[in-house]
Design a protein around this ligand. Structure first.
Ligand SMILES: [Zn+2]
Ligand SMILES: [Zn+2]
Length: 757
């Protein structure tokens, strides 16, 4: 990997051992040519692989030693600079959190970077967010406008220095600066110290401050001040979604949340993601920070500026993306002042331009493994490697929700950062621009474009509009399973369990609980949740009354009437008129679709238990349902697997619905019903997998889809599968939700085009 100081480290080691030769890198990795005594060369290899002489971000995946003839005797060791040809892919690396050395140095009074908010070195600092084009050299980054002073330049050119070729190297004399403005953009102070102390005072006083960071603006507010958090919520037009928080030490985070050993490791890692942690019951964090969920999202400081702020006696801050509602993250100064004028009381600005906006990444734990929920800062653009080179370059357009897109070139699949929901016009615009920018950055000329099967998806329409490219449309749930396969370096076939809210099916229905026999080059629909009817297309994913009525209709058939269920329906949506319209739509099948969506079943059960009736953000109701589960309950409801000749296996949940209604009428606590419901879903999926194993003689199961962002369900299902001797594959590098779709599409497109050529 470039930009992690690997080649200088090799140089230093070779020089120390008195070896001559050369080090260079290309897409395949690093090559070191050494001349010298065999014993010294062996010593070199030993020390290289032991890692003690290597930079912290370097990781050697494999190492091969070959004897070659000496053509020319070298008398010194040198680093061959990379030419841009063919190396575009490996040049740009991810943004890395401030390293311990830099934190230490920043606190040292005599150091010329004492309290400098942009201190960085080869082992840390911005990369992806500041690069405009390749090769990755300072003139091609947004640092180009800052001429290095002599002291910085001396370190930058000294191969023995920690800052050798650290492109964003800077100091208070020559580098970027910070300043503070009021909500209208009038400068309060341009002095570094005063900017920090004034910002901290504003935050302590409950003000909302927009803080420009690495990948964009954060909106910051005191997480212990209820009024302040509510004010931010109202101004940001983000009524319900949980806010992430930042603190400057693990000890502090432990006061508010339960931090396991692996969570601590993850919080401290160079990628510095937001980690979802179980809430502490007695936590003084105000409830308005994260309602309806049982976790807090925490991250540690990851930029020098964050550390300087927290040093001013700040306890814990809400640090949420600087945007309005679901629009793209804001990263430019003028744009921030304009769009966040009514949200922020003040702006902490800086003049290091952010070229690519990157949100904070979000991770949670499934079966003690870290699993990404949003893949952005720190992880992008690290590629996922494939065995066989793409014979044609590929663009995978992704899905419309939680969009990412992905390029395939050589042996690399490069996923973009989290882009967002394309239905927002600003996000769509950002999507189109981002594809073009990254295409140029990575020098990709796609000849093949992969996209979803859904004709209404904007991403599909974009893919279809591209000229001179071959289009491959990939069924949504197949793409989900393919993303897991490619992460594990497998081709399939496997039993793919793909469960989510919506995905367009090959029969025109909306799929969402699928048992597929899937490979990278094809799939068969082995089984699915028995179809029920959803009325009111787009509204159906938001208004829970729609799946509730659809499932009641399916369960009670002719016995279903509004009168009979008014007691239940009125609790969810008392608008009698609406109930009547939905009922008519269901009966006449007007403006209604057949679906096997599992996500909507979660919505329906949450609503029946009185946990809300509307998804203000994706999966709000399912998350509320998960949050109330009574622990320790092992009971299941009944369900049926039905075999119908010539059709996929049908998973029928009607018996469960009857029993849930029964439990509600008996006033069974919601937590018990929720637990039994989750257990039933896990048990029924297990049975489907067993049926597939028996029929197809396969033993490996791959899980994907947004439903598997549910920790309780996924933990339970994985345990059940393992107990029944299945080999279980789950995600490693991309989310189970639609953020992983583009990777699956790209993997399928690579496989299909390679086998065609
Ligand atoms: Zn550093
Ligand atoms: Zn300097």
């Amino acid at each position: 990997m470039q930009g992690v100081g690997f080649r200088p480290a090799v140089y230093r080691l070779a020089c120390r051992l008195g070896l001559s030769g050369i080090v260079y890198n290309d897409t395949k990795g690093v090559t070191v040519e050494l001349q010298g005594e065999e014993e010294k060369i062996d010593n070199f290899l030993l020390r290289l692989q032991s890692g003690t002489d290597m930079p912290p971000l370097a990781e050697i995946k494999s190492c091969k030693k070959v004897d070659i003839d000496v053509i020319e005797t070298e008398d010194k060791f040198s680093i061959k600079t990379s030419d841009s040809q063919g190396t575009a892919l490996s040049q740009v690396t991810a943004d890395i959190a401030t390293c311990p050395d830099c934190i230490h140095e920043m606190a040292e009074k005599g150091d010329f970077r004492y309290e400098y908010p942009f201190i960085n070195c080869t082992n840390c600092g911005p990369r992806y967010s500041i690069v405009k084009t390749i090769p990755y050299d300072r003139p091609n980054t947004t640092m180009s406008e800052f001429a290095m002073c002599n002291r910085c330049a001396a370190q930058y050119t000294d191969v023995t220095d920690r800052r050798f070729h650290a492109q964003p190297v800077a100091c208070g004399t020559c580098g970027p600066r910070i300043w503070l403005t009021d909500g209208e953009g009038n400068t309060i102070t341009t002095q570094t110290n005063k900017t920090i102390t004034d910002t901290a005072s504003l935050l302590r006083a409950g003000k909302v401050v927009a803080i420009k960071g690495i990948g964009g603006f954060h909106l910051a507010v005191d997480a212990l001040n209820d009024e302040a958090v509510k004010r931010l919520r109202e101004r940001k037009k983000r009524d319900h979604k949980p806010f992430a928080m930042m603190a400057d030490s693990i000890e502090k985070i432990k006061k508010y949340a339960i931090v396991s050993e692996s969570a601590e490791k993850l919080l401290k890692c160079p990628q510095s993601p937001i980690v979802l942690l179980p809430k502490r019951k007695d936590s003084p964090i105000v409830p308005s920070v994260a309602e309806g969920v049982n976790t807090f999202g925490f991250m540690l400081c990851y930029a020098p500026l964050h550390y300087l702020l927290f040093a001013q006696n700040l306890e814990v801050l809400v640090m949420t993306s600087g945007n309005i509602s679901d629009e793209p993250l804001i990263c430019k100064n003028e744009q921030g002042l304009k769009r966040l004028a009514r949200v922020a009381d003040a702006f902490l600005m800086h003049d290091r331009e952010i070229y690519r906006q990157v949100d904070d990444s979000i991770i949670h734990f499934i079966e003690h493994n870290p699993i990404l929920l949003r893949r952005s800062r720190g992880y992008v653009p690290t590629p996922i490697l494939i065995e066989e080179n793409c014979r044609q370059e590929i663009l995978a357009a992704g899905g419309d929700l939680k969009n990412t897109f992905c390029f395939g070139k050589q042996n690399q699949l490069i996923c973009s950062e989290h882009i967002g929901d394309l239905e927002d016009a600003e996000v769509y615009h950002h999507y189109i621009n981002s594809i073009e920018h990254l295409r140029k950055l990575f020098e990709v000329e796609p000849k093949v474009v992969a996209c979803d099967l859904h004709p209404g998806y904007l991403s599909t329409q974009h893919a279809l509009s591209l000229s001179d490219t071959k289009v491959i449309q990939v069924q949504h749930h197949w793409a989900h399973i393919a993303s897991v396969l490619v992460e594990h370096g497998l081709d399939g076939p496997v039993i793919g369990l793909s469960c989510d809210g919506t995905g367009y099916g090959t029969d025109g229905a909306i799929w969402g609980c699928e048992c597929l026999i899937a490979s990278l080059d094809g799939f068969e629909r082995f089984g699915h949740l028995a179809y029920y009817t959803l009325a009111g297309a787009d509204a159906a994913s938001k208004e829970a009354i729609r799946p509730v009525m659809g499932l009641l209709k399916k369960t009670y058939r002719h016995d279903f009437n509004l009168q009979k269920f008014r007691w239940l329906l009125d609790r969810i949506d008392a608008e009698v008129n609406k109930q009547q319209i939905i009922s008519e739509q269901l009966k006449k099948e007007i403006n209604a679709v057949e679906t096997s969506s599992l996500g909507r079943v979660f919505d329906a059960v949450a609503a029946m238990l009185g946990l809300g009736s509307y998804n203000h953000f994706e999966a709000q109701l399912p998350m509320a349902l998960e949050a109330v589960i009574a622990s320790g309950n092992e009971e299941n409801y009944d369900f049926e697997l039905k075999k119908i000749a010539g059709k996929p296996l049908q998973l029928d949940l009607c018996k469960m619905i009857v029993q849930i209604i029964d439990d509600i009428q008996k006033d069974t606590p919601g937590g018990i019903i929720s637990a039994k419901f989750h257990n039933t879903i896990a048990a029924s999926i297990l049975e489907a997998a067993k049926a597939a194993r028996e029929s197809k003689n396969l033993n490996t199961v791959a899980l994907s889809g947004g439903v598997f962002c549910n920790r309780y369900l996924t933990n339970r299902l994985i345990k059940l599968l393992k107990k029944n001797d299945f080999t279980v594959l789950f995600h490693r590098n991309v989310p189970a939700n639609d953020g992983g779709i583009s990777l699956g599409q790209a993997a399928i497109a690579a496989k299909l085009t390679n086998s065609e050529l």
